[in-house]
Design a protein. Structure first.
Ligand SMILES: [Ca+2]
Length: 113
């Protein structure tokens, strides 16, 4: 399981992109701590920094949300990346939470068919 930067590269090697999904499709199964998305704080700053979907070439504003209650909280002032939670994480469903980009999570890649 890679941290977020390598998750993006992993998807790129597969000719895919790190997901912009709002939930984890059940058919993927639920990795323990969740999955990486391409969501991040635009300037990698806490506070009012807007969330964007980061691609290799652009920042796309996040136009919908699916945050876990109490998230994003920028705990320890170093949670700049958006990940998809799973039912085994915090005992909740598949929603969003901000975490440190150095966490090791499975990438969830998506591609156009
Ligand atoms: Ca958090």
């Amino acid at each position: 399981m890679p941290h977020r930067v390598f998750a993006m590269l992993y998807c790129h090697v597969l000719a895919a992109k790190l997901t912009r999904a709002c939930a984890v499709p059940a058919f993927l199964g639920y990795a323990y701590s969740g999955y990486w998305t391409c969501g991040q704080r635009q300037s990698l700053l806490c506070g009012a920094d807007p969330w964007v979907w980061k691609t290799r070439t652009m920042n796309i504003p996040v136009s919908y949300t699916n945050w876990v209650t109490g998230q994003p909280n920028c705990q320890n002032q170093n949670e700049m990346c958006l990940h998809l939670t799973t039912p085994t994480y915090l005992g909740i469903g598949t929603q969003w939470a901000d975490i440190n980009c150095a966490w090791l999570l499975c990438p969830m890649c998506e591609m156009s068919l």
